[in-house]
Design a protein around this ligand. Structure first.
Ligand code: MN
Length: 292
């Protein structure tokens, strides 16, 4: 167990550092100052590249959003153009469906149209915004609610906005916890490979029994608090390690346990399928590590 745990954290370290430095290398402009949380939630950096002046009556700024960060609803009296330079984000106009925007997309916000933009839950986003200034400043409106931010999740699930195989698998793993909590047997039936195996504290079994257990509520995976998740891809196989605290209902009783969960996925015909889900209860010190 200890070795596995070390392996787990080693994986996190080796995955984490290159990704961070890579993100910085890819920035075209310095991200500037972190903006105070007045008109947005989450972490946002703003760098005014070219403020409006008498000759050029529009400001040009670069905005960098951490995953999950988004602006409040607002409108621009003179409109705004967004050039997405990095990552994956959302853009939504009042009364319209939320759009996924990616590096290379150009968004024109028409003058006076209420809208919001920001990162997706899974990916940060960076854009250059050009805003004509002659008709007045941005009009800030209400906060984007969690419901608005998360709504349409069935069509724009985290896995839909993933950009790398690693992100794809981690997003799918996250979706899977939601489907298990919702007893969404249809989605799980599609996800589980016909040959898949499931290893629990009380025994191991195949796909049919796992689906039965979920459908009947024999085990209800009520809430998985995922503290850390990492993924290794080997050819067409992905191994996900999750460190979780699971609130489950087993035989009518609520139980909470810390687990390392190992998930194995294989890519078949362009689609990730789950080959194995295995719960290892963690022992000894470290069970009660503070959440990050
Ligand atoms: Mn805007």
């Amino acid at each position: 167990m200890k070795i596995m745990k070390q392996l787990f954290f080693l994986t996190l370290i080796t995955c984490g550092i290159p990704f961070k430095s890579m993100a910085q290398d890819n920035d075209i402009f310095p991200r500037g100052e972190k903006a105070a949380n007045v008109h947005h939630v989450g972490n946002v950096w703003l760098n005014e590249l070219s403020p409006a002046d008498k000759v050029f009556s529009y400001s040009t700024a670069v905005a960098t959003f951490d995953a999950g960060a988004r602006l409040d609803w607002h409108s621009h009296p003179g409109g705004q153009i967004l050039l997405i330079t990095q990552g994956v984000g959302y853009y939504q106009e009042r009364g319209q469906a939320k759009q996924i925007v990616r590096k290379g997309d150009v968004i024109k916000c028409q003058p006076g149209v209420e809208h919001w933009h920001g990162a997706t839950p899974e990916s940060g986003v960076t854009y250059v915004a050009t805003s004509p200034a002659q008709n007045g400043k941005t009009v800030w409106l209400k906060r984007v609610t969690d419901e608005e931010y998360g709504s349409g999740a069935s069509t724009t699930s985290p896995s839909a906005s993933a950009t790398t195989p690693e992100q794809e698998v981690l997003a799918l793993s996250k979706d899977k916890w939601t489907w298990m909590a919702d007893k969404n047997v249809d989605k799980l039936n599609d996800l589980f490979d016909d040959q898949s195996v499931f290893v629990h504290m009380g025994g191991s079994w195949g796909k049919a029994q796992e689906l039965d257990v979920i459908r009947s509520g024999g085990i209800h995976y009520k809430k998985a608090d995922v503290h850390e998740a990492s993924v290794q891809i080997i050819g067409n196989t992905a191994i996900v390690l999750n460190r979780i605290t699971l609130l489950a209902v087993v035989g009518g009783n609520e139980v909470t346990n810390p687990f390392i969960v190992t998930e194995v996925y294989t890519k078949e015909n362009g689609k990730w399928k789950m080959g194995s889900l295995s719960f290892t209860r963690t022992m000894g010190p470290g069970n009660d590590q503070p959440r990050k």
